[in-house]
Design a protein around this ligand. Structure first.
Ligand SMILES: Cc1cc2nc3c(=O)[nH]c(=O)nc-3n(C[C@H](O)[C@H](O)[C@H](O)COP(=O)(O)OP(=O)(O)OC[C@H]3O[C@@H](n4cnc5c(N)ncnc54)[C@H](O)[C@@H]3O)c2cc1C
Length: 436
């Protein structure tokens, strides 16, 4: 087997798949995409603990299936298949908190590039998905809150307006009309441009397009990558798999979601679980007569829960917890999501069986992705830190694959994105290295 590539992309989720696609579009050849599971899905089968070789930083006894952040439910009666939101707000509770970290310029840059990432994802989806009408729902999203937080929500709306973000204020009547009175929500902000996408089919289709033109080879269900190093001579990078195989590459992109932590990421990236429950419903409930399209996304101010109605289920996600290196607490956390759903929407049959699952995503201390190389001479480029709803921002980052790897110059706007997300923002050397 050939073991020397121009670029190795580790991870075939939405981020790695998009990076492969953009590199292939830029004319780069001889790219290998490695995934220890399947593209867009991660590992979906539980392996025996004894069969597992631990990844860096993991304790063997906590090994669990590596459900990726791009995959959600399996489809049909097992829960609505992999439909995810594309939410364009920064990964922070409120915009003023985000501005404390990045300034209002940073907030504006983030909103603009998340919009760009969303549009880019929608355009690509349109070109590559087998049936975009089915796999993309351009139905908008509604952020809601209860009475005690209504003034904060209003303030958030005012910030968004000042930043020219396309959105609309919804008063109590409209929100109750959309949600039912039992839910207890009294105000909302409507984001008409938000959408949902079948992330698994999206990742697979991006890779199919890139493999079809001969630029990319996809290796699924490979032995997990356990180490990625720059070779001492500085001429290439070395990728080590758990079974001992060594692969060489001129450049590497690490797009492993929350499932791989090497020494450069330690302390900067936390793997987290997020849980999902899909409560069956046969009765249209409050959504039957609602003003918002019946497939809109809903989420709370503060993002404790997000939910939507899809394929005869109310699909709820949230209950994130901080220990993606340990066993998931799926029963407890999914149970809490179900309780929440039955309380908010009493028309649902209390106590009925429901599909439940979880996935792993990755979070950074300031909730922004980690993108780029830790040093300009390094051959390892990171694209991680999706922060629960980072598909839009990571899509914008993946578009930079060719310039980040030095295959072409960055445009000014690409440079702004690269600077905002730069992995070097956590490095003591960042001020000296950022301009190199
Ligand atoms: C339950 C849940 C709900 C979410 N909801 C949203 C949402 O509504 N909107 C949103 O934008 N985002 C959401 N996210 C975040 C989501 O993770 C990202 O949006 C995005 O899909 C992540 O894509 P990715 O390609 O970066 O990572 P992943 O999809 O996690 O892909 C990483 C891939 O790398 C492979 N891999 C990892 N480690 C190794 C290794 N060592 N060797 C070989 N292969 C490896 C995995 O098998 C996997 O296929 C959610 C996440 C979860 C868990």
């Amino acid at each position: 087997m050939q073991n020397c590539y121009e670029v190795v992309v580790v991870g075939g989720g939405t981020t790695g798949a998009a990076a492969c696609y953009h590199l292939s579009q830029a004319g780069i050849k001889n790219i290998l995409c490695l995934d220890m599971g399947r593209a867009g899905e991660g590992q979906t089968q539980t392996r025996q603990v004894d069969d597992q070789t631990p990844l860096t930083g993991r304790d063997e006894k906590y090994f669990v299936p590596h459900f990726s952040g791009s995959r959600v439910f399996e489809g049909a009666e097992k829960g609505p298949r992999t439909i995810k939101m594309i939410v364009t707000l920064p990964p922070y509770e409120m915009l003023d908190g985000f501005a404390d970290l990045f300034g209002w310029e940073g907030v504006k840059t983030y909103l603009d590039l998340a919009q760009h990432g969303l549009q880019l994802q929608l355009e690509l989806a349109n070109q590559i998905l087998p049936d975009p009408e089915q796999q993309v729902k351009k139905s908008g999203s509604l952020m809601v809150c209860e009475e005690e937080r209504a003034s904060r929500l209003k303030q958030e709306y005012e910030f968004l307006q000042k930043l020219d973000c396309p959105c609309e204020w919804w008063d109590t009547e409209r929100v109750v009309n959309a949600q039912g009175a039992a839910a207890g929500y009294v105000a909302g902000i409507w984001f008409p441009q938000d959408a949902r996408i079948d992330s698994v089919t999206y990742a697979k289709s991006l890779l199919a397009a890139a493999t079809k033109n001969g630029s990319v080879t996809l290796r699924e269900e490979c032995s997990p990558v356990v180490d990625i190093q720059n070779d001492n001579s500085g001429r290439y990078a070395e990728i080590r798999l758990a079974d001992g195989e060594l692969i060489e590459a001129n450049q590497v992109i690490v797009a492993t979601g929350g499932m791989f932590i090497d020494k450069s990421l330690a302390g900067m990236l936390t793997p987290r679980y997020s849980y999902l429950a899909a409560l069956p419903h046969n009765d249209p409930g409050p959504w039957g007569g609602m003003e918002a399209p019946d497939s809109a996304n809903f989420f709370t101010l503060g993002f404790s829960h997000d939910w939507c109605v899809e394929s005869n289920f109310v699909r709820i996600s949230g209950e994130d917890h901080y220990s993606g290196l340990k066993s998931p607490r799926a029963k407890q956390r999914c149970g809490r999501l179900a309780q929440w759903g039955w309380t908010k929407y009493p028309y649902l049959e209390f106590g009925s069986d429901y599909p439940a699952t979880y996935g792993i995503y990755s979070e950074t201390p300031d909730f922004m992705p980690l993108v780029g190389k830790t040093e300009s001479k390094s051959r390892i480029c990171y694209m991680v830190g999706c922060n629960a709803w980072g598909q839009a921002s990571l899509s914008a980052a993946a578009e930079l694959a060719a310039p980040l790897l030095g295959y072409r110059e960055m445009t000014e706007s690409e440079q702004r994105t690269a600077d905002l997300f730069s992995i070097r923002r956590f490095s003591a050397r960042s001020t000296s290295t950022i301009t190199q």
